[in-house]
Write a protein that binds this ligand. Structure first.
Ligand code: PGA
Length: 266
């Protein structure tokens, strides 16, 4: 009996040890001004026990880089191209030069409002890796797709296109963000159990395609707030959060980050 307990403790200990600390990423979307950003960033800071990043609009990258207080910098999208006649595009190399560590690819707003398809998201993830950035690959289903029981069919094909582009090796260097479209900016969050169920399925999907699934951080995004973050972060397969609206208020964002610190051993 003692032997069994010892084995289990050892195994759980190893699991905990191998799981990276939680990652909380603010996605400012199309919001900000020099004055508002300064006030927001001066009131935010890195915390021991969690990784924190802010993904800001392109024109504010330099300003944000100078006010990070130990947090990491990210962008919200990236060109699939490296350079050339692509008016309006911003390359991954430029983002890296500006100090970015992360870039969001395939956010549902990019997919639905700007026509980005699964293959393009794959190419953008490849561009990010080429420049040494960590792509935060967003996946998630619409309400109709959920209601018709197609969550993993949709999420699996979104992930599949990225896998085709960057392979298991590339995905092992990425972060996944599960963001059910019906929960983004709506105030309606997936329950912690609903999120956990999909995160566990994503992890199984990754393992099936030879990605070292246990080490991949799978963030949850969609109406994460200070009052629901702790429950979401307590789920074993939720590796952190991608935070939209609540990342624009320093008090709310920091409260979410503190919840991630408190749950780092879960
Ligand atoms: P939300 O946005 O937190 O405002 O729902 C999340 C996101 O779109 O990344």
């Amino acid at each position: 009996m003692a032997y069994k307990v010892c084995i289990i403790t050892h195994f759980v200990g190893r699991l905990k040890f191998s799981m990276p600390q939680k990652l909380v990423v603010g996605n400012w979307k199309l919001n900000g001004s020099l004055a508002a950003n300064e006030a927001l960033l001066k009131a935010c800071e890195a915390l021991a026990g969690a990784d924190i990043a802010v993904c800001v609009p392109f024109p504010y990258l330099a300003q944000a880089a100078s006010l990070l207080n130990g947090m990491a910098l990210g962008a919200q999208t990236v060109s699939e191209f490296k350079s050339g006649a692509y008016t309006g595009e911003v390359s991954a190399e430029m983002l890296a030069e500006m100090g970015c560590r992360y870039v969001i690819v395939g956010h549902s707003e990019r997919r639905t409002l700007f026509g980005e398809d699964d293959d393009m998201v794959g190419r953008k993830a490849a561009a990010a890796l080429r420049a040494g950035l960590v792509p935060i690959v967003c996946v998630g289903e619409s309400l109709g797709e959920r209601d018709s029981g197609r969550v993993m069919e949709v999420v699996g094909s979104q992930l599949g296109a990225v896998w085709e582009s960057i392979g298991a090796q590339g995905l092992s260097r990425a972060v996944i963000a599960y963001e059910p479209v019906w929960a983004i900016g709506t105030g309606r969050t997936a329950s912690a159990e609903e999120a956990q169920e999909v995160h566990a399925s994503i992890r199984r999907w990754l393992a099936k395609y030879d990605v070292p699934a246990a080490e991949i951080r799978i963030l949850y995004g969609g109406s994460v707030k200070a009052d629901n973050a702790a429950a979401l972060f307590a789920m074993p397969d939720v590796g952190g959060g991608l935070i939209g609206g609540a990342s624009l208020a320093a008090g709310d964002f920091m409260a979410i980050c503190r919840a991630a610190v408190a749950k780092r051993d879960c």
